[in-house]
Ligand binder design. Structure first.
Ligand SMILES: Nc1ncnc2c1ncn2[C@@H]1O[C@H](COP(=O)(O)OP(=O)(O)OP(=O)(O)O)[C@@H](O)[C@H]1O
Ligand SMILES: [Mg+2]
Length: 282
């Protein structure tokens, strides 16, 4: 049953956000005992009209994403990946079909309801980082906490911890122009995770990065999501990025071609553990 927006639970208090930020990796490959469907897409269709032309961006998409999954939507340019992600995030309305997130019908919400919903449950990571250029790394990361009524000193304390978690404890006063692309994306990751959202949507998060930095960024996102059993949905055209996912949704010309599922334990053993063993920060 679909829950009304005014029945949404209250935002997590700052103490509980703070307490769980131990940086510990002990439960890094822990699995959810009972999978909870967190995103459900049914018969989703999106048709754009350009003049007299009709572009079918998504034909008829059905999929389920479970709590704690690292999910990749993989496909070539123009296959409909961003359209699908944007609709799951409520940034665009579908032509037909439905999207439920945590039991809430996204496509039926007003813009105001969507804004509240995103603040509570969703974090975003962008290809071009989308940091505010006039603000420092610390101020950028602390930004989402403003809307939660958290005091300035508490916001800065939490933001600092997240910047440390992404390896930027020494860069908190740097502005985006004073950081490399990889560092800016790490600030973007800290900003997406700072409010402990249930879901993180990332559209080509490694699209502007070299191979080595892409691996580093995927590793950080993976570890942070696993800490609190958060769900990540990553859009990518890069099969190397998809290696980190336990669910890979292959999309082509607006249709799902296939869905690959593997265990997060396998992903950990194959790609995360060897990286940790060999990792030397430069
Ligand atoms: N606002 C729009 N108006 C008209 N057509 C659109 C619009 N947005 C996307 N499309 C079309 O929908 C199709 C899917 O686009 P989408 O941006 O979802 O692809 P993508 O898989 O994200 O590609 P890329 O990897 O290049 O980002 C494309 O054919 C595109 O031209
Ligand atoms: Mg795209």
């Amino acid at each position: 049953m679909v829950t009304e927006i005014n029945q949404l639970p209250e935002v997590e208090p700052v103490e509980s956000i703070d307490q769980s930020m131990t940086g510990s990796t002990t439960n890094a490959n822990a699995k959810a005992i009972k999978p909870e469907c967190i995103i459900e897409v049914k018969d989703l269709r999106k048709v754009y009209k350009v003049g007299t032309e009709r572009v079918v961006a998504l034909n008829q998409i059905n999929l389920s994403i479970f709590k704690g999954e690292i999910c990749c939507i993989l496909g070539t340019s123009g296959s409909g990946k961003s359209t699908l992600l944007n609709m799951m995030a409520g940034l665009e309305k579908p032509t037909k079909g439905s999207i439920e997130i945590k039991g809430h019908a996204i496509e039926k919400m007003t813009e105001k309801q969507l804004a509240v919903f995103r603040q509570k449950y969703i974090g975003f990571i962008f290809q071009s980082y989308n940091l505010l250029t006039a603000l420092t790394a610390l101020e950028n990361v602390a930004m989402p906490l403003i809307f939660r009524g958290i005091s300035k000193s508490a916001r800065e304390k939490i933001a600092k911890k997240y910047l440390k978690m992404v390896g930027l404890g020494e860069r908190i006063k740097h502005k985006p122009s004073q950081m490399s692309g990889g560092q800016q994306q790490r600030v973007g990751i800290a900003r997406a995770f700072v409010g402990a959202p249930d879901i993180i949507f990332a559209d080509e998060p490694t699209g502007n990065l070299d191979t080595k930095t892409s691996i580093e960024v995927m590793h950080i996102m993976w570890k942070m999501a696993r800490e609190k059993n958060q769900t990540i949905v990553i859009v990518t055209h890069d099969p190397e990025v998809a290696l980190y996912a336990d669910k890979v949704i292959h999309i082509r010309d607006g249709d799902i071609q296939s869905i690959e599922v593997r265990s997060l334990d396998d992903v950990y053993e194959k790609y995360i553990k060897p990286y940790e063993e060999n990792y030397v920060q430069i």
